[in-house]
Write a protein of this length. Structure first.
Length: 125
């Protein structure tokens, strides 16, 4: 008598594996993005209350922040997230780029108060 069970072995196909990796990557990058935004707020607070030298780091870090929504958009598509999530990640890219653009335009036309519109991201003390 044979005691070995004849259960089929299910091997996930490559598409499901990539989708799963995209979903986990989306979760990890979104949590990291939230932490990075909190760190950006810390740098802004340091620029206001500690020393104006913190603003340079805040500005440089702000440019690097643009990479997170782009990565989230790619991972949302790869992870087969809902179209609402894909659209909101696309909107996040637009908002991050628009925030930097408003700051640069305000500085170039000589209206520093205008740079206070996007949450004081580019104010100089």
């Amino acid at each position: 008598m044979n005691s070995i069970s004849s259960q089929p072995v299910i091997i996930p196909n490559r598409g499901q594996t990539i989708c799963h990796i995209g979903q986990i990557g989306y979760l990890v990058i979104s949590l990291l993005f939230a932490l990075v935004i909190l760190f950006q707020l810390l740098l802004a607070g340091g620029g206001i209350f500690a020393s104006s030298s913190w603003w340079a780091m805040h500005r440089i870090f702000g440019y690097a922040l643009t990479l997170f929504p782009v990565a989230l958009l790619v991972l949302a598509v790869v992870g087969r997230q809902s179209w609402l999530k894909v659209g909101l990640n696309g909107l996040a890219i637009v908002l991050v780029v628009l925030q930097g653009a408003i700051i640069n335009v305000a500085e170039s036309i000589g209206l520093p108060l205008l740079s206070a519109l996007p949450c004081m991201s580019g104010c100089q003390i």
